[in-house]
Design a protein around this ligand. Structure first.
Ligand code: APR
Length: 233
């Protein structure tokens, strides 16, 4: 089976009703990124940050995977598929994908403020009440915090992700502005025979030497076109 790797960003979930970050009307227009998505912001005002993620979890419960997520999962029938996502939502999981690397954490999980990457401290929040309160403690006794990789923090999953990209026969990049590193740098780990597709309705800055085929459509329509290219029947 050929190895097919997806690298997805906020645009993957836009058609499910989750705002992207940098488009007009995006999340970072409404909330200052340094206040709610940086380690400095959390240390300054943890309550504000907890409330922001509590709200996002409540929103996540109301949305469902879109056709794009479903087609990504469907390709597991014919390909050895790995999904590397910058998204913290669980829509790839809910669409049925089995091999998912979350680069920037997972909204439905919580962890220790002292050792955020200690696997012993990471818990899944209850689905019916996925709220973290100030005073809730992680296993090591520190304040429970969202299991999110904030600006200013290391990205431990980048190495396993780069290993997957190195082995890819096909890499498909969907709905990311490729603004944020190290995630955006993953494209440089492709081997010389890897074919790269990009699905995004807008222009995205990428290295023209990579020979990328840009399908200029949204995630659902773009995935339909990609399936026709990959599996012509
Ligand atoms: N289908 C596909 N792509 C879309 C759609 C759609 N329906 N709508 C918008 N897009 C594209 C935009 O054109 C843009 O290129 O999705 C991209 C969204 O870019 P960003 O908002 O910058 O999101 P992303 O690249 O995922 O951000 C990376 O930055 O804020 C941090 O940690 C956060 O994981 C996030 C990281």
């Amino acid at each position: 089976m050929k190895k097919l790797v997806f690298l997805t960003g906020a645009g993957m979930s836009a058609e499910s009703g989750i705002s992207t970050f940098r488009d007009s009307g995006g999340l970072w227009e409404k909330y200052p990124v340094e206040a709610v998505a940086s380690i400095e912001g959390y240390n300054r005002n943890p309550e504000l940050v907890q409330n922001f993620y509590n709200m996002r979890r409540t929103e996540l419960k109301k949305v469902t995977p879109n056709e794009g997520h479903k087609l990504v999962a469907c390709l597991e029938k014919d390909y050895d598929v790995t999904v590397i996502t910058q998204n913290v939502d669980d829509l790839h999981e809910r669409a049925g994908s089995h091999h998912i690397i979350h680069l920037h954490g997972e909204l439905m999980k919580a962890t220790s403020s002292r050792h955020p990457n200690d696997p012993n401290c990471i818990i899944t929040l209850p689905e019916d009440n996925p709220i973290i309160h100030m005073g809730d403690k992680a296993k090591d006794g520190s304040q429970l915090r969202p299991f999110i990789v904030w600006f200013g923090e290391s990205v431990p999953m980048i190495e396993p992700a780069a290993k997957e990209v190195e082995k890819a026969d096909i890499l498909v990049v969907i709905g990311t502005s490729l603004n944020v590193y190290p995630a955006a740098g993953l494209l440089n780990f492709t081997n010389s025979h890897c074919k790269i597709y990009l699905i995004d309705p807008q222009n995205v800055p990428y290295n023209p030497n990579l020979g990328i085929l840009h399908i200029m459509k949204g995630a659902s329509e773009g995935m339909k076109e990609l399936c026709e290219i990959l599996n012509p029947r």
